[in-house]
Design a protein around this ligand. Structure first.
Ligand code: NAD
Length: 498
């Protein structure tokens, strides 16, 4: 099969200019090179931002009713085409089809939330704030905003931002991951079919050069970034230094604390689902299970037994877990397994030797479990972003909490217990942005906001929900007095309400 060309989506159609620099796209399940993706130059970014700016000037003046009609139409189209988008995700990311479909559905929920934008954008009004003076507030769009997304959720993460940004009256330049760009392009085509005017959603594919062009562009007013912590920090620093509004969501090391009174089957299910779903390539994956003694001796065998039943293989087949996204990433994750053994952790399930149901030379590593992991070992300290689960044993709840709070990441954490008081303490004391109680992955629903603390988010505003609406709008307060024959006369003193 010859590699196809994937290009940009500019002004409502695929870009027809020369490819310039390119990057390879693989099917991770077979190892095959399936496409090359164009990488946008700074000049192309300039052109995309310029026509997005022109489209924005019309869009911001459109009635809410007209904007919402596009959102509803998009919602219907995405629902009708969600299986095709899921297939694109599986072909380039590798996650199994059911998981890809789940991702599209979670993205769809944000579009549904954005359909309520007239209610969300309603301002406040105070009549007679001062005598015959009224005050009201409005929220207005920013202009052209950039969305830069990671490989691990090629549809859902763009959808965290794009529907809300558009609903709020902005134009968007989306830069998807160059590893799996097709889902974002398919979404852009659906937006066009839904009636979104050309230029309002530009998709530029690219790498650092493209991202830098967006970060340094004067007409890009805000940046929503999701990716690894070093790049998130870089994006935040570069964009805020140029006066932009930024929400830069970074990496994670999520812990699950299991108390001795927990329902152990529920906890084991949660650890396996959240540890190995999407091959551990989720920012909400559980990578550390913190077992409060003596729970580990009863819990760990339950996890091992479940892991033995997991089928790893091509995501289009009847498997539970697919490959990793690239050969380099698989090798890096595999090197952490070597490092864990070397550091003295107990390797209970070795994914390097796991069976794989796939043809070709895919980027597989089966689920791996370490017990008795030390907090100084690389398997604990680093974000691995693969199917490697570490068990750390601690003597008490307080030790477990202290360990979680000492971690530089603060995306999410879960507690498993049947003690309401302990759960209540945990939700109050744990220093992360998202907490799960007897649930494996606390990904908030679309009308709440998604985001971590510490090195997992740079900026103040979390994604989607009402924080998303605030991020993509600026507040304005209008104080007005209308024709009344009385006139207050000249008074140079500071105005006071009366
Ligand atoms: P990444 O940081 O490598 O890439 C993210 C985006 O940045 C991509 O669009 C990429 O093209 C671009 N990029 C890469 N290198 C760059 C550079 N030097 N300068 C500027 N831009 C650059 O991340 P990834 O590997 O695609 O995704 C996995 C990471 O994303 C993990 O760390 C994961 O935890 C994180 N993530 C976090 C969340 C969250 O909500 N906090 C959600 C999903 C993924």
């Amino acid at each position: 099969m010859s590699a196809q060309r994937i290009t940009h989506f500019i002004d409502g159609r695929p870009w027809t200019g020369p490819a310039g620099r390119t990057s390879p796209v693989h099917n991770p399940a077979t190892g095959e090179l399936t496409a090359t993706v164009d990488l946008a130059s700074a000049e192309l970014v300039d052109a995309a931002v310029a026509s997005a700016g022109t489209a924005w000037r019309d869009w911001r003046a459109q009635s809410l009713a007209k904007r919402v009609r596009v959102l509803f139409a998009f919602r219907e189209l995405l629902n009708a085409h969600k299986r095709e988008i899921a297939a694109l995700i599986t072909a380039e990311h590798g996650k199994v089809l059911s998981d890809a479909l789940g991702e599209v559905t979670r993205g769809l929920e944000v579009a549904e939330f954005a359909c309520g934008i007239p209610q969300l954008l309603k301002g406040d009004y105070s009549e007679n704030a001062s005598t015959r003076v009224d005050v009201h507030s409005v929220r207005q769009s920013l202009g052209v905003v950039a969305v830069i997304s990671p490989f691990n959720f090629p549809a859902m993460v763009p959808m965290w931002f794009v529907p809300i940004a558009l609903a709020c009256g902005n134009a968007v330049v989306l830069k998807p991951s160059e590893k799996d760009p097709s889902a974002a392009l398919a979404l852009a085509a659906l937006w066009k079919e839904a009636g979104l005017p050309d230029g309002l959603l530009q998709v530029v594919n690219g790498d650092k050069e493209t991202v830098d062009a967006l970060l340094h562009h004067d007409d890009v007013k805000a940046v929503s970034f999701v990716g690894s912590t070093p790049i998130a920090r870089y994006v935040y620093e570069q964009a805020t230094a140029r006066g932009k509004r930024v929400q830069a969501l970074g990496g994670a090391k999520n812990h699950m604390l299991v108390l001795p009174d927990a329902d152990l089957d529920l906890a084991a299910d949660a650890a396996v689902n959240a540890g190995f779903g999407s091959a551990g390539e989720r920012c909400m994956a559980i990578s550390v299970l913190v077992a409060v003694e003596p729970v580990a001796d009863a819990l760990v065998p339950r996890i091992v037994e479940r892991m033995r039943r997991l089928r790893t293989g091509d995501g289009t087949r009847d498997c539970d877990m697919g490959p990793l996204v690239t050969r380099e990433h698989r090798d890096k994750v595999s090197s952490y397994v070597d490092a864990g053994v070397k550091a003295g952790a107990t390797l209970l399930v070795d994914g390097r030797e796991g069976a794989v149901d796939a043809d070709g030379d895919g980027f597989f590593l089966a689920p791996t479990l370490f017990d008795r992991v030390g907090t100084d070992m690389p398997v604990y300290t680093d974000e691995i972003f693969g199917p490697v689960l570490s068990v750390v044993r601690v003597p008490s709840y307080d030790d477990g909490l202290a360990l979680i709070n000492a971690n530089p990441y603060g995306n999410g954490a879960a507690i498993h217990t049947n003690d309401g008081g302990a759960a209540r303490r945990f939700q109050n004391e744990v220093e992360v942005g998202m907490v799960g109680i007897n649930v494996p992955i606390p990904v908030p629903v679309s009308y709440f906001s998604f985001g971590g603390w510490k090195n997992s988010l740079f900026g103040d505003t979390h994604a989607h929900g009402t924080e998303g609406v605030h991020f993509f709008t600026r507040g304005k307060v209008v104080t007005s007095r209308w024709a009344d024959p009385s006139h207050g006369g000249i008074d140079l003193g500071f105005p006071q309400n009366g």
